[in-house]
Design a protein around this ligand. Sequence first.
Ligand code: 2PG
Ligand code: MG
Length: 423
Amino acid sequence: MPRIKKLTAFEILDSRGRPTIWARCELGGGGVGEASVPSGASTGRAEALELRDGDPRRYRGLGCLKAVRNIQEIIADSLVGEELAEQQALDHALIALDGTPDKTRLGANATLAVSLSFARAAANASQQCLFEYLAAAIQNDTPHLPRPTINLFSGGKHAGGQVPIQDCLVVPVSARTIDEAMAMTFEVYQSAAELIAEKYGTRALTADEGGLAPPFPSVEAMFQDAVEAIRKAGLTPGEDVCIALDIASSQFFHNGRYFLDKEGINAKEMIQVLTGWQEKYPIVSIEDGLAEEDWEHWPQLRSAIGERCLVLGDDLLCTNPARIRKAIEARAANALLLKVNQIGTLTEAAEAFRLARSDGWAVTVSARSGETEDNWLADLAVGWSGDQIKVGSITQSERLAKYNRLLLIERQSGLTMRPMTGV
Ligand code: 2PG
Ligand code: MG
C-alpha cells in the first residue's frame, strides 16, 4: 500500500511569468512524481480558490508562497507516513484536511499539485504510464486519444480585446490521427498568419495561448478569416476542418445584457446571434455562449443549437459536480469543459467527468491560459478518453509540451483517436 515518504513544493513561473506551484511526491515503495499546476485568466466565479499571497510588494500579490507552505507544512505534516491505498484515498484526505467547499483553506493550487504529483508517483511505482494509471483510476478499459481543438485566433481577455469573444479554434475533423491533426492545423495556422499579414499588415503577434490577434473589424470578420485560412491551406471548411468557439461571455455580460458591442443585447438576442453564426459558419462547438449565472437561458441555447453543435460549459460548470448536476437537470448544456484546477483534485474532477458522461455529454479536457511545460494534461485526456482536448495554439512550448506528449503516446501506445463526437 503506498505511503507518502516525502512531499516538497516550490514556487515556479507559468507561461505568463506569474508564480505557480510545483510539487514532488516520494512514496515509501520508491515511486517519485513531480507536477506543476496551471492558472486561468478568464476564471469562473464558482472555481475553487487559487491561493495567492496578496503581498503587493512581491509579484504584485500573485506569489504562491502561502500555498507552498500549506503543502510543506499542513499537508506534509498530516499525510507523510499515512497509508493511502489509491488516488481516491489521497484526494479524500486532502478534501478533509481543507474542510471547505472551495479549498479556501489550503488553496486548490496546493491540493492539485499534491494530487497530481501523487498520481505520477503512484504510476511510477507501478511502472505504468501516467495515462494508464489515470485510466485505471476511473476503471476506463478503453483509453482513446482526444481530438485536438486548436486556438487560431484570440480575443477578449487573452488578447487585447480586439474582438470580445475569447477563442476561435480549429477542429481538424477529418484527421484520423493526432499526427494528421497537427499537420493539418500547422497549414491552417501558417495560412492564417500569412493572411493577416496581407490584410492587416501586422506581424503574427500572438495572445496568451498563442492565438493570432490582429485588429479584426468585427467578430464575423474573424470567422471569415478562419474559413479563408482553412481554404488557403488546401482544406475544405466543414469537411476537413471545423470551427469551435469560446465566447467566454461572462466577461462581457453586465446587468442582464451581452456587450458584443457598445449597445448590448439581451439573452434571447444573444441566442439568435449565436444560432446565426452556427448556421452560417462551420461551427461545431460553442463554449460559454451565455454567462455563468444566466441559468435561465442556457436551456434555450441548448434547444436552439444543441442538436448540431456542442453547447459547452466552462465558467457555467467550473468542473463542479453540483453545478453539472444542476445543468443536467435543466438541460442547460451537452458538453463539459473539464479543467482540473477549477476543482482542485483528480478525484473530484473524475466525479465531474462521470456525471457528464452519465447524461451522454461530450467532454473537452482543457488547459488554462497560464500553463507550464508540464504535460500531464495529455495523459489525463487520453486516460479518461476525453472527446476533445483544448490546449491553445500550435505554438509556444507550454502548449506544445501537451501536443508532443499526445504525439508520443500515439506513436508508442498504438491507441487511436476518438471519432468526431457530438455533431
Ligand atoms: C478558457 C481558458 C482556456 P482561462 O476560458 O477556456 O482557454 O481560459 O484559463 O483564462 O480560463
Ligand atoms: Mg472558456
